[in-house]
Structures are given as C-alpha cells and as structure tokens.
Design a protein around this ligand. Sequence first.
Ligand code: ATP
Length: 333
Amino acid sequence: TETLLSVRDLKVSYQVGKGSIDAVDGASFDVPRGSIVGLVGESGCGKTTVARALTRVIADNASITGGQILFDGQDIAALPEREMNALRWRDIAFIPQSAMNSLDPVYTVEYQLNEVLRRRGGLGRRQARARCEELFEMVGIEAGRLGDYPHQFSGGMRQRVAIALALALNPKLVIADEPVTALDVIVQRQILDQLRDLQSMLGISVILVTHDISVVAYVCDRTVVMYAGRIAEAGPMDAVLMEPSHPYTMGLRNAFPDLKGAASGVLTPIEGAPPNLAFPPPGCRFAPRCPFAVETCTTQQPALGMAAPDHRVSCHRADEAAKLRQEAARTET
Ligand code: ATP
C-alpha cells in the first residue's frame, strides 16, 4: 500500500520560562492510504502534540524544531503558513480533543458547517445546503436537525456533528483526538463503527489519538505506541497488540479491558507514571518503570529497530521481553 503521510524524526518543543520541554523527541511513523492508524499512549506522552503538529495548529509556545512531515510527498513541516492554511480542512481535517464540547454554542450546527463549506470550500448557498444534508445523512442524523444548536444534541450526536464537520470538504486525512473518550461504551462503539464505515466508504486515512488500547484494537489497522515523546513500537494492529515486543505495549495491553467483549484476564496497570518531560531520564525513557531494564537501558537511547518486517520497536530488551511473553502464553494454554 502507498503511504499518505510519513513522519520523519519529528521534534516539537514547548518554551517554558527559560527552559524547554521536548514533548516530541524524534518521532517517526507512516500512515498508509486508506487506513486507520491508532496513536496510543498514556496521558502526557505527546500524542496531542504530534496530532497538532501534523496540522500545524500548535500552542503559541510550541515550535517544530526538527524533522519532516511528508504529506502526499510534500514536507508540510516547512510549508509557509499561507499554504498550510489552504491544506487545512481540504486535505487534512482535525477533530480536536473534546470536539463535542467545542462546537460553538451560539450558532446552529448548519451555520458552523456553512462556515467551512462556504467560506473555506467556496460552495454556494444551494450547494452548501445539499452538502449539509448529505453530511448529516453520512453520520446518521436527520437533516431536519441541521437548524439545532449544539446543546440540543446528545454527546454522541455532537461527536457525529464534529465528524461531519471534519468530512465537509472531503479531506484525505482526518486526525481525531480522543474522539470517544467522554462517551459510554455503547455510544463509543457506535461512533467507532461509523468512523470505520465512513473511512472505508470514502477511502480516506484516519489518525485516531487515544489513551485506550481497546479502542485501537476495535477499529485500527495499525498501531503507533508513544511513550514520553518517542515512538516505542509501531506496526500492523494485530502484530503490535497480539505480539508486542516493547514492555510498555505489553503493560498497556494488560491495563485495559477488551472493548470487543468482556474483560479478559486480570487488569494490571503499569506501575509508576510517565516522566516529567522537562527532566527526562537518560537512556530509554521507559527504563525507570520497566521490569526488563538492565544497565544499558539507563544510559543508551534505543534506536527504532525491526521486530519483524513492517513492525518496529525501540527497546534494548525486545528479544528477552518477547521470549517471556511467548513462554507466558504457552503456559496459559
Ligand atoms: P493527553 O492525552 O493528556 O493530552 P498527550 O499524550 O496528548 O496527553 P500532550 O498533551 O501532547 O500529551 O503533552 C505532552 C507533554 O507536553 C506533556 O508533558 C505536557 O505537559 C506538555 N505540554 C503540552 N502542552 C504544553 C504547553 N502549551 N506548554 C508547555 N508544556 C506543554
């Protein structure tokens, strides 16, 4: 499959007082055309920072300090803001975290869709109306509700409106930051099913940012696991979640119930918390929490190497960890 987006050694820093926080410190991953890629990790690992960097809608104190973001062959990390602005909505749409609460409460939903369709997309009044109806049908809401205000919709429906808004101008890539986090599990599943259906119907690519690995298991084709501003592991969803090579991925997997059905096995959260990125530990940033860590891990940063073809892992102890996982699986059955 062809690559739509290729992130190469991306670095993003926040300026805080006299110091800086390297929230993303050399992230590399690919998004193939027509796929859903899950970007997963605990809170504070840099997922939102990556997502925002890809659309270049970053905080005032943030800057992209290195690397490339190749979108359709063009490096958008270096693109002048004017050109980048032309790409937003049209080519890359972003659904921000808690999008369902970020719809403007004073305007009807149709007004907000029109802002994108008419102002950014240049559609006429009639065309925009037709597109609004089409978009509502796509996300499963009656067109009769286009004149409603955001508060008149349930949380799940507001999230559908946010998805409609993102799809308004037929983008190639949609980046959704925690799209189902505040919703109950039944509604989560409906929204994820819909996202999946729309993705395959429209042939678009989606980056789904989530802290919940069961969301990735439910809907994603590929998984990118982030830890403390770096990529821990990346590859096809099944390979990464069923045969993880990074101890962090193994820990994440054990910490969440399975969205597909009942909780399987015992849930054991990883002990400790991600490091303060103002003072990251030397070597592997996961080492302080890692049951497999040896001396090297605390002094040398592991490179993102191959665990298998198309499956990358950044761990000095990946072989040992994988061996133990296989042995554990054998004794379980
Ligand atoms: P969450 O799910 O909680 O949003 P995340 O994995 O998306 O977590 P980010 O929000 O990208 O993580 O944050 C990564 C790091 O950058 C954190 O250490 C955070 O404190 C820091 N950070 C985020 N925004 C800013 C900012 N505007 N100024 C300074 N530091 C920031």
